[in-house]
Design a protein around this ligand. Sequence first.
Ligand SMILES: *Cc1c(COP(=O)(O)O)cnc(C)c1O
Length: 420
Amino acid sequence: MERPPSVDQLARSLAPTGLPHPLTVEVAREAIRTDRVAEADAMARSRIRRMLVPVINATGVLLHTNLGRAPLAYSGVADYSNLELDLATGTRGSRQAAVGELLATACGAEAAMVVNNCASAVLLALAAIGTDNGVAVSRGELVEIGGAFRVPDVMAQSGARLVEVGTTNRTRLADYRQAVSVHDVATVLKVHQSNYRIVGFVEETTVAALATLEVDVLADIGSGLLDAACPWLDGPPPRWLDGEPAARQTLEAGADLIMFSGDKLFGGPQAGIIAGRQDLVAACSRHPLARALRPGGLVLAALQDTALAYLRRDGLAIPFWRMATTPIEELLARAGAIAGCVPAVAVVDTEAVPGGGTLPTVSIPSAGVRLEGDRTAELRDGDRPIVARVEDGATILDLRTVAEGDDAELIDALRGLDRP
Ligand SMILES: *Cc1c(COP(=O)(O)O)cnc(C)c1O
């Protein structure tokens, strides 16, 4: 019987994979331990495939939870930044100040600040504002968003006392009013039913109605649509946005504080934005949790770019909005061009979706290409993986979520499938 190679020998033979030495050693050890020396090279490759790489999203799901939600247009350089330096005075500044001001202007709030994600934003707002008295939440809004964000659990972690009001399908202003008088409630939390809908015999209380009560109204609007009028788009707001709560209008309706995600309909990096009344934002930023939940400079820089694009009314500079609003004719033309280059594929009409736990009942007309059989594993196997979907035994590549500049790469990959 042949003796197995030494770990060192095997690790060295894996060097051409490009993995750093400590990782080739780990792979070599594992291969020898499990008697899979012949597969060591494949094991090293699968190790590489677990790392973060840019992928082409051909799923038609604009905010794909597994693909990092909104695509991000940001490339920084290896520089210091004035993250916490006030350049005017040369003294220590706030990392929140600049981006907070831009975001506040963009959504029409007195003040705004940034934390890690919307879950953090809700946690911090409740901890900073909701712990002295009870916080009322409608029984129809005790939601679970993917990834185990559950409103009652977040509430418990924040230290706030949950006072459930109303019923699953109907919650009236009188229910909230009773909570205020009977259960010592001083805060109402309204939570957007982002990823589900209740239809039929339903009634919910609007932010405008809640604002008539003597309480602080907090609204977790979730997806971060900045303004229902979408002034950053050339045309009118897309129909599929109907009914989605927007930051500006929620504040105008009387919310004292809103919370939303940075990487859903806002189209920026993963972040949570808290915006509204100056004193409430200040209370959030003073709370000890604010430090634990604060974002890094990379996120703030990317968020600043996104906020500036909104303020310039330049929706095309925000990849999510560019993709979401590409005219169907353009997508069909691109699909035709791809089909012209790759005989095995055909142009198809498709339906893209916003995704990311937003707008669960909505689809956006789209176009793409179709090829026979399930070829998704092969498409994922390239240097730049392509993520597609399977429908009725065929592979569908939806172009709404593919940047136009990536079509050439798509064509190469599709041609490659037919080569032996
Ligand atoms: C998505 C969502 C959250 C969680 O947002 P993250 O940024 O993923 O933490 C919370 N509340 C609502 C209503 C949401 O839609």
